[in-house]
Design a protein around this ligand. Structure first.
Ligand SMILES: Cc1cc2nc3c(=O)[nH]c(=O)nc-3n(C[C@H](O)[C@H](O)[C@H](O)COP(=O)(O)O)c2cc1C
Length: 264
């Protein structure tokens, strides 16, 4: 029985998504390390392997009519069934997710790109209820490659998740490049462990503070923000003219003045 006045927080669930075909490979190993860290810091964990699921490509309903792309409708994929709904529901039930991908041609694996495209249905609910279903969720991201492209793949992944309303906390990104066993690389293991820990710490802090992270700003606040920004830019322009006189002086382009001399 919960004691009155004491906030009782539900156990945090962290979903690990392995986007590599090799459940025994470096991507999966880094994810297993992150999942262990998440459990060490009090979360429940579950790992799913994307290659065990059928995922059809996005059909771009959004591009025809942005109101047509929404969860759960778009999960059924216009009559053709796939497993997107299963994955989407697991993501929605979790307070945090950790996505691990191999580096394929300097990017995430194809199946992960398909999942990310399909997640538009969760984000796009914003047009129906004013809020992305992913708003305020927490994510960590991991990549394993042999030579190069890990940072590039994760930059894209972290940015895209953030554009869907997801928090990426401090130290929640980790990548490894090498042909050997990642578990022999202390630094990569430390990084992966920190992804799991960081995601749990951030999600627990956020559990206490429920809010809508994306808002339609109130008209008066937006109007005064525009006014202040305009005024600040004007002030900066006035100050800058001393060191950047060309901002105001309109000189003829070099090519034009040479041409004018030749013609005279
Ligand atoms: C289609 C394909 C493309 C790849 N492209 C890259 C790449 O751009 N950069 C890289 O470092 N490794 C690349 N690799 C190597 C894999 O990232 C590497 O083998 C990685 O360890 C795979 O993760 P896994 O152990 O989970 O299978 C590629 C492998 C494949 C199959």
């Amino acid at each position: 029985m919960p004691v009155q006045g004491v906030l009782v927080l539900a156990t945090l669930k962290v979903l690990g998504i392995n986007a590599s075909a090799r459940k025994y490979g470096n991507t999966a190993k880094m994810l297993y390390i992150a999942m262990k860290a998440a459990r060490d810091y009090g979360a429940e964990t579950e790992v799913i392997h994307l290659y065990d699921y059928q995922l059809q490509p996005c059909m771009a309903c959004y591009s025809d009519n942005l109101y047509e792309c929404y969860y759960p409708k778009s999960c059924t994929f216009i009559g053709r069934k796939d497993d997107f709904r299963l994955i989407a529901d697991k993501i929605l039930e979790s307070g945090a997710i950790i996505i691990a991908t191999p580096v394929y041609w300097f990017n995430v694996s194809g199946i992960l790109k398909t999942l990310i495209d399909r997640l538009t249905a969760l984000e796009n609910v914003i047009y129906h209820v004013g809020k992305s279903l992913l708003d305020g969720k927490v994510a960590g991201v991991i990549a394993a490659g042999e030579e190069a492209g890990g940072a590039q793949a994760l930059s894209w992944l972290a940015f895209t998740l953030n554009m869907m309303g997801i928090h990426i906390p401090a130290w929640a990104t980790a990548y490894y490049h090498g042909k050997g066993d990642v578990l022999k690389n202390k630094q990569a293991v430390y990084h992966a462990y920190n992804v799991g820990r960081s995601v749990v710490l951030a999600a627990k802090l956020l559990q206490k503070e429920s809010t809508d992270w994306y808002i339609q700003p109130p008209g008066d606040k937006i109007a005064s923000a525009i006014k202040e920004a305009e005024q600040e830019a004007k002030n900066q322009l006035a100050n800058s003219i001393r060191v950047r006189p060309w901002v105001q002086e309109q000189k003829p382009m070099l090519g034009h003045s040479i041409l004018a001399k030749k013609q005279s």
